[in-house]
Design a protein around this ligand. Sequence first.
Ligand code: GLU
Length: 504
Amino acid sequence: MTDLVRVRFAPSPTGALHVGGARTAIYNWAFARRTGGVFVLRIDDTDPGRSMQANTAQILRSLAWLGLDWDEGPEVGGPFGPYFQTERTAHYTAALELMKANGSAYPCFCSTAELGAKRSALRAGKTTADGVAAGYDRTCRGLDPAIVAARLAAGEPHVWRLAVPEHRGDIVVTDAVRGETVFPAGAMDDYVLVRGDGTPTYNFATVVDDADMEITHVIRGDDHLSNTPRQILVYEALGRPVPVFAHLSMIWGADGKKLSKRHGATSVEAFRDEGYLAEALLNYLALLGWSLDGETTIIPAEVLKTSFSLERISKNPAIFDFDKLEWLNSVYIRDMEAEALAALMFPLLEAAGLAPSGDLEARPTWYRLLASLAGERLRRLTEVVPMVRYLFDDEVTIEPVAAEKTLGVEGAALTLAAAAQALATLKEWTPEVIEATLRSLPEVLRTKPKQVFQVVRVAVSGSMVSLPLFESIALLGREQTLSRLAAAETIAQTTAGPAGPDAA
Ligand code: GLU
């Protein structure tokens, strides 16, 4: 084994990539990048039948969307392939042969029914006479080699078990995050390495692959901590070096329970669909159990790649804070170039039926201005649709409350007429010229600027809250603006004076 760091992310494609898995992938990737090592992606597809291909495709898509790249694995290949466990049978066979030869694996002919009975008996007595607290009493471990050979030759069904060494003593798992955990060897089961159908179990396949792929650091969720002593025994049986382990604590919801759908989105693609930027989600997940200095919250991928360390991973469970993620997302959206943001927003506007296809190419400047205005206010990209709808619709629907508070007030009709008149003759249609024009009105009308702007805002946007007024008018265009002012003037004329609640 070389000094080169080699890490892997090894998802089982039994479903979508969730944030917990994504965080594990990010930590492995960042550690490889920081150390100039190799990030391997391996697909643990040993659980057949569960639409493996579709799930694998989704996992790869999610990782790529997050901005992660892998040096070896599906799509890119590499010198330690194949990178799908179902294609690595030869490796498991070779490893088992080695273990058979050195006596660390033995065949077990006990039937499922027999095993069930033994387990109940063991559970009742807790431990066997020799102190083995285990699910298997090692009946087949002591069989005469000649008898074993005959039974194998006769084709009798069997599994292959690990022969836990007699005098191994405690198994100490040294973990880069949690320090040492001691597992009494007596508690170790002669667990199954290879099933009756010839397929390897997780604990066996993982070690064979990690050893053959020369993985130096195993960074994974701490739901695998209890598997680690079992895996260490296989490394030892194979005569291979044990990697450094780093087990990541679970991710909890605010209620202290394991993060699940009850708390909100959990899959990476669900966050994407809810309008989160990949850069923001990456940053957020990186901070979920790791910190740069305990303070810095904005840590883009480039910084992560140069600063990630195992030492700063926290032992404590991480609490998923949706509000913080949303805040981070708003920061990243605000920092985006208008053109790039427009490109991200456009498909949403198109899908909502607001923007016709090709409109972005047809009016790039218009969309850049829209993006720069919306970008200041969005927490999630998907909020853009309701936020800018009034700039696309053919006419605006005025919110009843807004109508009552502004158009139903005395002088509103006059204000709208004056605004329309002033805007009708403008030579230039830019936010600056529009602003200068509307700012001259309050004095003429002997009213407060705020009152004028609010009435005009409701007329053009339908609401008392909108994107900045002068820019909105610029984006809306003269024709639309004038027709909206006229429509609002009609409403104002009919409701002015002691306006009732049915002003709209
Ligand atoms: N395929 C396993 C999982 O998804 C990998 C665990 C490991 O990293 O060893 O849980």
